[in-house]
Design a protein around this ligand. Structure first.
Ligand SMILES: [Zn+2]
Length: 263
């Protein structure tokens, strides 16, 4: 696995925390997420950003950002050490992650052998809630970002963070299968959260996660309101159905998607 503690792993944390100089915050607000994404890259970070934004803004941003790095040197070092504990945690579980990734590939009918080599960036989350994750998928740029609240240490027996990573991989795999992606994309127009519910019916709430990672079957409200509740609700309703697809080596098909649409 390509788990990386990026050179600038804490950009969002620093920008959003009180420590971020006002000026940096102001500039960051004017940059789109696309610009900030560039800062995750290991190489030519500044060159890439320079080509994308106004020269004056760029110089201000770089100076302000570098100042922030220098003035928080010690804290950044300890955050890097913290993230490396997480890197070890994910690497320790590579075997089971690989195994489940094979199942996800089968479900999405994709053959991409290099998917496990996708860059996975670990960053500090600027608020102290739950682990967060997101991905970027374009022709030249595929990566996953795991956001970890500071002070949130990994526990050996808790594999839920692996399930979160595997949820993001699932997103990438759906996009790799053009036919499946087209169908999911169309269904998303009818129900914007459709893709989330589809993946959740396997991972991290659904059968695949519970059976292979031993994650808890979480309860849901009888009338799911929040997105998390809806994901749990669907995972529960689809449990036996998802099990059948996983254990009989089936691919996600129209029948599965239709069943999901019923709820
Ligand atoms: Zn998702």
């Amino acid at each position: 696995m390509n788990i990386k503690i990026s050179k600038n792993p804490n950009i969002f944390y620093l920008i959003h925390s009180k420590k971020g100089p006002k000026e940096l915050k102001l500039i960051a607000e004017n940059l789109t997420k696309k610009h900030l994404d560039i800062l995750f890259f290991e190489n030519n970070t500044w060159k890439r950003l320079e080509s994308k934004i106004d020269q004056k803004i760029f110089l201000k941003f770089r100076a302000s950002f570098n100042l922030l790095l220098v003035s928080n040197k010690e804290e950044l070092a300890s955050q890097k050490a913290f993230l490396s504990v997480w890197k070890q945690y994910f690497n320790r579980n590579v075997k089971v992650i690989k195994k489940i990734l094979e199942i996800e590939k089968r479900l999405t009918d994709t053959k991409n052998k290099k998917i496990l080599n996708t860059d996975i960036f670990l960053v500090i989350k600027h608020d102290k809630s739950e682990l967060g994750a997101w991905f970027s998928y374009s022709k030249n740029k595929k990566f996953i970002v795991i956001e970890i609240p500071i002070d949130h240490m990994p526990k050996n027996e808790d594999l839920f963070p692996c399930a979160i990573l595997l949820h993001e991989f699932f997103h990438l795999l759906i996009k790799e299968n053009k036919e499946l992606w087209k169908t999911v994309y169309a269904l998303r127009k009818e129900m914007p959260i459709f893709e989330e519910l589809l993946i959740s019916s396997f991972m991290p709430e659904g059968y695949l996660s519970q059976a292979y990672l031993g994650t808890e079957a979480l309860k849901y409200n009888s009338e799911p309101k929040s997105l998390v509740d809806q994901r749990r609700f669907i995972a529960n309703k689809m449990f036996d159905y998802a099990k059948n697809y996983v254990e009989n080596n089936k691919k996600i098909d129209k029948k599965y998607l239709n069943k999901l649409m019923q709820f």
